[in-house]
Design a protein around this ligand. Structure first.
Ligand code: FES
Length: 209
């Protein structure tokens, strides 16, 4: 039967086999001098450890990785569409909101929500978040059925109804507040919206932190 090979007295332990003379500080072999890489590694780990313990450092990393760049509290101004894409008769139209996410190595575009845009008679643009303030379902636009009535927004989950400006229409609405409006800017024929999310189930419109 074959016997397992025994290590010879000359073999170095695995930890030290790859150590080279260049890893040692000048002025002597081994002894009291630490390897240069070991010192550098310790310093880097120590500095990173200090930063990692800082709450602002952690918040900064989270913000950097967030599709909204951590600006949900304040909103992020995003270009949605050319003004010409809005129906001239004031019918609301739904647009996806795409945020750019970038870090040192990658760049991507990710959908982060959707908005109803409506062209007003005076040429301004009105924006409403599609998320229902009650429990977060996606609100839909229902065109008028005739008889001179306006279309409505309806939430399919618990049937909250809203008028074209986003105001609640039901005598007792499941939604604790009207639809959430968003700030709009029109620049050079392009519609920009300050996009942010809001807390659900509250009467007050509070941005998600
Ligand atoms: S989620 Fe919209 S009415 Fe309940």
């Amino acid at each position: 039967m074959a016997q397992p090979e025994r290590p010879t007295g000359d073999a170095q332990p695995a930890c030290c086999a790859s150590r080279k003379a260049s890893d040692l500080q000048p002025g002597g072999e081994g002894g009291s001098h630490l390897p240069r890489r070991g010192i550098l590694g310790s310093v880097v780990a120590w500095v990173l450890g200090l930063f990692a313990l800082s709450p602002s450092f952690v918040a900064g990393i989270a913000a950097f990785l967030s599709p909204l760049g951590g600006k949900a509290q304040k909103g992020v101004l995003l270009r949605l569409t050319p003004l010409d894409n809005l129906p001239k008769d004031g019918t609301p139209r739904k647009f996806p909101v795409i945020a750019e996410k970038r870090n040192a190595w990658t760049f991507s575009r990710e959908p982060v929500g959707a908005v109803f845009l409506r062209l007003l008679p005076n040429g301004d643009v009105h924006a409403l978040h599609v998320v229902c303030p009650h429990a977060g379902c996606a609100i839909e636009y229902r065109p008028a059925q005739g008889g001179g009535q306006e279309g409505q927004f309806v939430c399919p989950c618990h049937l909250a109804h809203f008028d074209l400006s986003g105001k609640r229409l039901d005598a007792v609405s499941p939604s604790p507040r009207d639809m959430d409006t968003l700030r709009v800017e029109v620049r050079d024929g392009e519609v920009w919206v300050e996009f942010q999310n809001f807390q659900l189930g509250t009467a007050d419109k509070k941005p998600v932190a």
